[in-house]
Design a protein around this ligand. Structure first.
Ligand code: PLP
Length: 502
C-alpha cells in the first residue's frame, strides 16, 4: 500500500469471499496466456509470461465490453446523433473513472496523452517549467526509469538524484528520506518539484510517495509521481494526510492490462491555467479567426487536441473500473503472496543473487524481482529461459542505467555510479527481471524457478548452446535454433486467409 489511502471512490462489489472468487475467475480472462511456442528441444508449450513490468496482457473481458461499446462508435465532440452522443458520454465517463480509480477530487483533471508515462512526464515537465521558470531544479531518486529523469533535464534544467536507503540484507531500499529532506533544504529556492516513482521497475521497491509530497510542499515545491509500475498492483490515492496530496500522477495504460490505451496524467487543474497547450487543432478551441484563435478553458479538452484514441480510453476505463470493483486491496494481497513465494524459491537457487532484499517485511516491493546467476550472463539466462522453457522474462538495464550500474557495483571511488560503459550499447552487464501480473500463479513461479535451477546447475551445457551477439546489447543467441517471428504470426497471411475465405 502506498501511504494511507482513504476509501477508494470505486466501491468494491460484494463480500470479501465474492471478490476473491471473482479475482480467481479474472486470472484466466486475459488474451495470450495460452499462446504456444515450439522450443529448442522440439517440444511445444504454452508460454509462461513473466514480463508484466514491461507490458501486461490484455483483459479479454474488457475487450468484449469495448467491442460492444464500439457498436455505437462515432467521433466525439457532437451530441446530435445517437452514436456521437453515446461515444462522447463514454469518453467523459472514461476520464471520471480514471479520477475515481486514484481518488482524485474535482480539483484534478485526467488527461489522456501519448502511449504511456513517457508522454505524460514530458508534458508535465514542460507545464511545470513554464509555470515557474524561476525554479529550474528537480529532485528525483537514483531508482528512476529514464522517463522520470530525462524529461526534467530537458524541460526544467538541473536534476539532483537522491540516493536510496540501504536495507539490512539487500542492496537497495526505498528513497532515503533523510537524504531527500537534506536535498530539498539545500535546493529549496530553486526546487520546482520532486519526481518520484511509486515503485521501482528494477527492484519493485515501494516508495512513501505521500511523505515525499509533504516534504516537497514544505519547501513550496510540488510532487510528481510516476505510477507506471504501481497502478495495476497497489491501491493508489492522490490524496494523503495533511498536505500530502500528490500534485501530478502519471500512468501507462499498457501496464494496467490495457495495451493499446493511452497514457494518463492526473494533475491539479490549476497547474494548466493560462498555459498554451503543446498541441493545437480541433476540439480545443472556442473561436477561430484567420488571424487568431481562442483556446477553451475546459479541461481535459485543452490538453487533448484532435480525435482521441477512443477505443483505448474505453478499454482503460473498463479495466480500471473492473479492478476497482474487485478491489485493489485484494490485488495487492494476491501479488504479495506470489512475490513472497517467488523470492523464497529464487533465493534457494545456488548462485542466484537477487537485487534488493528478499524479505518483504524488510523492503516492501511489488511483483518485480531482478537477479543474476553467478555463472552465466543475463542475456544467455534470458534466452535459455525462453528457448528451453518457454518462460518470457526481460534482461539488460530496464531503462534505468544509473540505478542498474549502482546495483552491479559499477561505482567510482566516491561512491557515485560511474559513467563507464556498463549499460551502454557497447556493454555486456545487466540483469534478468521476472515480473508478475494477475494471471500469474505459483505454478508459473515453479516453472521459472525449476528452469533457473537447471540453468544454474549446468552452466557449461547452456553456454555451449549459445553465442554472444556482440552488438552491444549483452544479448545471446542460440547456435542452431532459429525462431522465425513471421511464422508465429503474419498480418498479411491473416488478411489473405480472410480474403480467400470471404
Ligand atoms: N516509469 C517506470 C517506472 C517504468 O517502468 C516505465 C516503463 O517501463 C516508464 C516509466 C515508461 O513507461 P512508458 O514506456 O509506458 O512510457
Amino acid at each position: 500500500m502506498i501511504g494511507t489511502a482513504p476509501a477508494p471512490q470505486i466501491e468494491p462489489l460484494g463480500s470479501q469471499a465474492e471478490r476473491e472468487e471473482r479475482l480467481e475467475a479474472l486470472r484466466t480472462a486475459f488474451t495470450g496466456l495460452d499462446t504456444e511456442y515450439t522450443l529448442a528441444d522440439g517440444s511445444t508449450v504454452s508460454r509462461t509470461y513473466l514480463d508484466s513490468a514491461a507490458s501486461n496482457l490484455r483483459l479479454t473481458v474488457a475487450d468484449d465490453i469495448v467491442r460492444r461499446a464500439l457498436r455505437h462508435y462515432a467521433n466525439t465532440h457532437s451530441e446530435l446523433h445517437f452514436g456521437a452522443h453515446v461515444t462522447t458520454h463514454l469518453y467523459h465517463r472514461a476520464h471520471q473513472i480514471v479520477n475515481d480509480f486514484v481518488d482524485a477530487s474535482d480539483a484534478y483533471t485526467s488527461v489522456f496523452l501519448g502511449s504511456g508515462v513517457t508522454g505524460g512526464l514530458n508534458r508535465m515537465a514542460q507545464v511545470l517549467a513554464e509555470r515557474r521558470p524561476e525554479r529550474d531544479l528537480v529532485i528525483t531518486t537514483l531508482m528512476e526509469h529514464h522517463a522520470n529523469d530525462l524529461p526534467h533535464r530537458k524541460h526544467v534544467g538541473e536534476v539532483v538524484h537522491v540516493p536510496l536507503e540501504k536495507d539490512p540484507d539487500g542492496d537497495a531500499g526505498r528513497v532515503d528520506m533523510t537524504a531527500l529532506r537534506a536535498a530539498i533544504q539545500e535546493h529549496a529556492d530553486r526546487l520546482n518539484y520532486v519526481a518520484v516513482t511509486a515503485a521501482s521497475n528494477v527492484t519493485g521497491v515501494i516508495n512513501p510517495v505521500h511523505e515525499v509530497a509533504r516534504l516537497a510542499h514544505e519547501a513550496g515545491a510540488l510532487c510528481v509521481v510516476d505510477a507506471a509500475q504501481s497502478a495495476a498492483h497497489l491501491p493508489l490515492s492522490v490524496q494523503g494526510g495533511d498536505d500530502e496530496a500528490i500534485d501530478v500522477l502519471c500512468m501507462s495504460g499498457h501496464k494496467i492490462y490495457a495495451p493499446g490505451s493511452p497514457g494518463v496524467v492526473v494533475a491539479r487543474k490549476d497547474l494548466f491555467e493560462g498555459l498554451e497547450p503543446q498541441a493545437v487543432g480541433g476540439g480545443i478551441v472556442d473561436r477561430v479567426e484567420t488571424d487568431r484563435y481562442e483556446i477553451t478553458d475546459a479541461l481535459p479538452e485543452r490538453e487533448e487536441a484532435g480525435t482521441p484514441n477512443l477505443p483505448g480510453a474505453f478499454r482503460l476505463a473498463t479495466t480500471l473500473y473492473l479492478l476497482g470493483r474487485i478491489g485493489m486491496d485484494l490485488v495487492e494481497d494476491d501479488e504479495r503472496e506470489l512475490t513472497q513465494y517467488a523470492l523464497e524459491r529464487f533465493e534457494a537457487i545456488d548462485g542466484l543473487k537477487i537485487y534488493g532484499s528478499h524479505r518483504l517485511e524488510v523492503a516492501d516491493r511489488i511483483g518485480v524481482i531482478t537477479f543474476n546467476l553467478d555463472a552465466l550472463p543475463h542475456g544467455l539466462v534470458t534466452a535459455a529461459l525462453n528457448d528451453y522453457f518457454g518462460v518470457a522474462v526481460r534482461n539488460e538495464c530496464f531503462c534505468a542505467q544509473p540505478f542498474v550500474r549502482k546495483l552491479l557495483g559499477r561505482t567510482s571511488t566516491n561512491g557515485d555510479a560511474t559513467s563507464d560503459a556498463a549499460c551502454s550499447p557497447e556493454a555486456q552487464p545487466g540483469m534478468v527481471r521476472v515480473s508478475f501480473g494477475l494471471y500469474n500463479t505459483k505454478a508459473d513461479v515453479d516453472t521459472a524457478a525449476d528452469a533457473l535451477a537447471d540453468i544454474a546447475a549446468r552452466p557449461d551445457w547452456y553456454r555451449s548452446r549459445y553465442r554472444p551477439l556482440r552488438d552491444g546489447s549483452g544479448d545471446w543467441v542460440h547456435r542452431n535454433f532459429d525462431f522465425e517471428p513471421a511464422r508465429a504470426f503474419s498480418l498479411e497471411k491473416e488478411v489473405d486467409a480472410w480474403l480467400q475465405s470471404a
